[in-house]
Design a protein around this ligand. Structure first.
Ligand SMILES: *Cc1c(COP(=O)(O)O)cnc(C)c1O
Length: 435
């Protein structure tokens, strides 16, 4: 889907890069580096493509707030007709601030406290998606009429090694097979009479067949619940986990094929059973990931036992994935360089070198790229870290007192808006008792 030329030099779509580059010099001039930049039109077009793929179905997408928890991004999601997948009280607040109604909020939490459930029930409530049979009793009264359980299928759905969820039976998430019927039974006793079914057993999976298998698995559970308990499941939610191509040889996710085959599955199910649940997703990464970049300035070239390129940010306060998953073979973010002499021009070709791109934290894993063949970078060039629109700034922290970069949204008309400012030393002092 993102391939616009046969040999692409960018991972983030070329169209997004082409909308960001013309305003990059002004954005950097105004807000400095490092800075996150998001492409609203890219996000919207991709979301519309997704919705179109499922247009033959009763379908609802809930944006996983944790992927990019800025209210200006969430406002776009609301605008697109998306709901919100929330897992903490503050995520509930973010969704409600942009106008989410109770049926727009999927509260997919885990290890949930009574207080968290109470927050989920405020303001007309939300769709509570329970993660463990023992948490049913923690839901404060009045007990919701509509609720859902997160199912964990265990070893049967183990997938490739080295994945983030390689074996569901090792995970803390979800209700195991043996508890599932009892969980629904118990919820009925507590007073629920409308139900959904949820699962999430994969992360960043590029093969749509895997997600299709998940829909098949849920449909078989839907049958069992109908037969055993007389429950007609209203929605089945496959969670997030639709992948994006971070690496040059990754194949883009075929959303159209998933839509087509899911539609066929659901239509066949309906023919046989007289009903079919609404299909839901909680995608985060797929929605915003490719449409954001982190722009960070090259400030040093260092020759040690290997060649290091130093940039003016660090992984821990901006782009955590390479530092967190790098050793597991994950966490790759593609990087290109913009020419210091003209910040609207992405360097292409010329001298190549093998480098490691690093930040300034006292932490060995603070590496944006490790032993990578790249176009030669000069001091003053700007490194664009691609696919930085999801699970990046949201994951970051202040370890080693790094300050988080600001976020800028490039709008469809080419104008841009600062949607969160740069973190300051004052922000860090604020939580400490003064001396
Ligand atoms: C993280 C998460 C998501 C979103 O995952 P993506 O990889 O961004 O699609 C959705 N649902 C739940 C329950 C999650 O924990």
């Amino acid at each position: 889907m993102f391939i616009e030329t046969k040999k692409r030099k960018t991972m983030t779509p070329k169209s997004t890069i082409n909308r960001i580059l013309p305003v990059l010099p002004n954005i950097i001039d105004k807000y400095g580096t490092a800075v996150f930049i998001y492409d609203e039109l890219g996000i919207r077009k991709n979301a519309e493509r997704m919705m179109k793929s499922f247009s033959g179905l009763d379908f609802k997408q809930y944006f996983a707030v944790k992927a990019c928890p800025n209210i200006h991004i969430l406002k776009i999601m609301k605008d697109l007709g998306f709901g919100f997948d929330c897992s903490s009280p503050f995520e509930l607040s973010l969704a409600r601030i942009v106008g989410a109604t109770p049926d727009d909020i999927m509260f997919t939490s885990n290890n949930t406290s009574v207080e968290m459930f109470r927050r989920a029930q405020e303001h007309g409530g939300s769709i509570i998606n329970v993660d463990d049979i023992n948490q049913i009793k923690n839901i404060p009264p009045p007990f919701p009429e509509l609720m859902s359980f997160r199912y964990n299928p265990g070893k049967d759905r183990s997938n490739k090694e080295g994945g983030i969820f390689d074996d569901p039976s090792e995970e803390k998430f979800g209700v195991p097979e043996d508890d599932l019927l009892n969980a629904y039974r118990m919820a009925q006793v507590f007073g629920a009479w409308r139900f959904g079914l949820h699962t999430m057993i994969v992360s960043n999976e590029l093969d749509y067949q895997y997600h299709l298998e998940t829909i098949k698995m849920l449909l078989s559970i839907v049958m069992i619940l109908k037969r055993e308990l007389g429950i007609q499941i209203e929605f089945m939610n496959i969670g997030g986990g639709i992948g994006i191509p971070y690496k040059p040889d990754d194949k883009p996710f075929d959303i159209k094929a998933l839509g087509l085959e899911a539609t066929k599955l659901c239509q066949d199910f309906k023919k046989e059973n007289g009903f079919v649940p609404q299909l839901c997703t909680e995608s985060g990464r797929y929605i915003t990931g490719p449409y954001g970049v982190l722009a960070t300035r090259v400030i040093n070239r260092m020759k040690k036992y290997k060649t290091f390129i130093g940039v003016d940010s660090n992984c821990l306060s901006s782009l955590v994935r390479p530092a967190m998953y790098g050793k597991l073979g994950g966490g790759y973010h593609h990087i290109t360089f913009v020419d210091r002499k003209d910040l609207t021009v992405e360097k292409d070709g010329g001298d190549m070198e093998n480098v490691t791109v690093v930040g300034s934290m006292c932490e060995g894993t603070d590496r944006f790229a490790f032993d990578r063949d790249m176009v030669k970078a000069e001091i003053g060039d700007v490194a664009l870290c691609h696919d930085a629109g999801a699970h990046t700034l949201a994951m970051s922290g202040n370890y080693n007192s790094g300050l988080r970069p600001p976020e800028v949204l490039v709008r469809p008309d080419g104008s841009y808006l600062l949607i969160s400012r740069r973190e300051t030393e004052k922000d860090l002092f604020q939580r400490m008792r003064p001396i």
